[in-house]
Design a protein around this ligand. Structure first.
Ligand code: NI
Length: 222
């Protein structure tokens, strides 16, 4: 499932991130790419060993944990490998697939990828995130503070920035439910039960859909 959340960040949170980016030391983005992705990755990243990068990771995790849509659609077990990225003029990230497993000491699976846009689209040219499907590709350039969430299984790229600066935060999720088709069933059931609850309260229909949701989650969660 691919979806976006407009204005995930409040304007205070957006300002907090941009302020941190202005203070931060950036390093070559190739340091965190797989051996083949390195060949096409040309951007800069916040040094992930700094306290500032740690603060940023915790803040993003806490914001995503509070978001009901993200929780219901992604069912995160762990939100990991969060990176601040910066593309100046001439920088891009060519077509690649994200590593299946990430981490230094311990490995986490990447089921779902996300990009949280921090720069307003009119302040830079190029820099679209392009996601390829079997028969088409679509490009995304969201407003500052909005997030796109997409399957880690895709080929995707970031187009060259030709003017301005593109700031973004990227990260990955190991979901409690590995199979995207099962996640979609759970998301539909969760949406249905919440809709029933909002209209009619805790009816027998709500209880039965809730029971099905819970029992499927019990069956599929790992
Ligand atoms: Ni990627």
């Amino acid at each position: 499932m691919l979806f976006s959340i407009d204005n995930l960040l409040t304007s205070e949170e957006l300002n907090f991130f941009i302020d941190r980016f202005l203070q931060a030391a950036f390093i070559d983005g190739k340091t965190t790419a797989g051996w083949h992705a390195k060949l096409v990755k040309n951007n800069q990243q916040l040094d992930k060993t700094t306290p500032l990068a740690q603060e940023l990771r915790e803040q993003v995790q806490s914001i995503l944990k509070k978001n009901a849509l993200f929780q219901s659609a992604v069912l995160p077990k762990i939100i990991h490998s969060i990176l601040g990225s910066r593309y100046d003029v001439g920088m891009s990230y060519g077509t690649h697939t994200d590593n299946a497993l990430m981490g230094d000491q311990e490995f986490w699976r990447a089921d779902v990828s996300f990009t949280l846009f921090l720069s307003e689209p009119e302040t830079y040219s190029g820099g679209e995130l392009v996601i390829e499907n079997s028969d088409e590709e679509r490009s995304y350039k969201l407003t500052a503070g909005s997030i796109i969430v997409y399957p880690s299984t895709t080929l995707h790229r970031v187009e060259p920035v030709t003017q301005g600066v593109r700031l973004a935060i990227v990260g990955w999720v190991q979901s409690l439910v590995r199979d995207p088709a099962n996640r979609e069933i759970l998301f539909d059931l969760d949406t249905t039960r919440r809709s029933i609850f909002a209209k009619e309260g805790k009816t027998i229909e709500f209880d039965l859909v809730s029971k099905t949701y819970t029992n499927l989650l019990r069956r599929w969660a790992e």
